[in-house]
Design a binder for this molecule. Sequence first.
Ligand SMILES: NC(=O)c1ccc[n+]([C@@H]2O[C@H](COP(=O)([O-])OP(=O)(O)OC[C@H]3O[C@@H](n4cnc5c(N)ncnc54)[C@H](O)[C@@H]3O)[C@@H](O)[C@H]2O)c1
Ligand SMILES: O=C(O)C1=N[C@H](C(=O)O)CCC1
Length: 266
Amino acid sequence: MSKVKIVVAGPRGNMGKEAVKMVSSTDEFTLVAAVDSKHAGMMLSEIEGFQGIDIPIYTDMQQCFKENEVDVLIDLTAPAFGKKHMQTAFENGVRPVVGTTGFTEEDIIELRATAEEQGIGAIIAPNFAIGAILMMKFSQMAAKYLPDVEIIERHHDRKLDAPSGTAIKTAQLISEVREQKAQGHPNETEELAGARGANFEGMRIHSVRLPGLVAHQEVIFGGVGQTLTIRHDSIDRTSFMPGVKLAVDAVLRIDTLVYGLEHIIE
Ligand SMILES: NC(=O)c1ccc[n+]([C@@H]2O[C@H](COP(=O)([O-])OP(=O)(O)OC[C@H]3O[C@@H](n4cnc5c(N)ncnc54)[C@H](O)[C@@H]3O)[C@@H](O)[C@H]2O)c1
Ligand SMILES: O=C(O)C1=N[C@H](C(=O)O)CCC1
């Protein structure tokens, strides 16, 4: 069987570095090129930390797809670019696997329509860690019985978007099983703006950003005389790579856009 030809966008980033390692060390994958925000025309092997990885770097994704045969784009860049990168992939018949966060519900609807029109598989996964998918699934189960819930997500202080993609996805999954409801005291006031966090259909989401953190989330449910906390911690970015690999395998077999790995790990 021929190898899956992959481009990684964002190779020098925290996630991109791990993805380059994972793709390069997976027998059934071959890394054909990288798309970076700089270093056009250089080889990745010329950059510290990528010795022996002789693939070209492009800053223009169109050019990258014109000059190389590519099956899958793994995008791990920044919220401002995820949507554009997916559109460029679709235009070139390339299947995107996207970990980049910051997509709106409207973006996802629009991108799914394009994927289906063109019959190209695509995956957007706000979190690739299997434990985080389980945390979200367990939270959805718990919300049926304990509908009062708040989410606390904690990330490193280099993160651009808040709340995290995982927190939004968790809130969306919970909202599928609970009626929208206001939480807390009906007359509560915020003495400092933002004290009660972001409001997703009555669910509060609190975002913590600190050096030393990687990616963590607690989903706290409150009932009469009890609380339930479901917590996940990624303490290293290698935690995301089995999920990226799984998504690459899956995206070759679908012809629509799947949002969330919970649809792949049944
Ligand atoms: N889905 C997941 O499991 C998961 C896990 C971690 C991070 N993320 C998300 O992945 C994204 C990247 O996270 P990170 O921690 O690696 O960030 P990072 O800032 O460490 O790396 C991003 C890299 O992308 C590059 N880049 C930016 N714009 C680009 C462009 N237009 N073209 C090519 N390269 C570009 C930057 O130069 C940088 O090297 C973020 O959106 C983050 O929220 C998702
Ligand atoms: O490091 C990040 O940035 C992460 N972002 C994702 C999110 O926004 O949910 C998931 C984990 C790490």
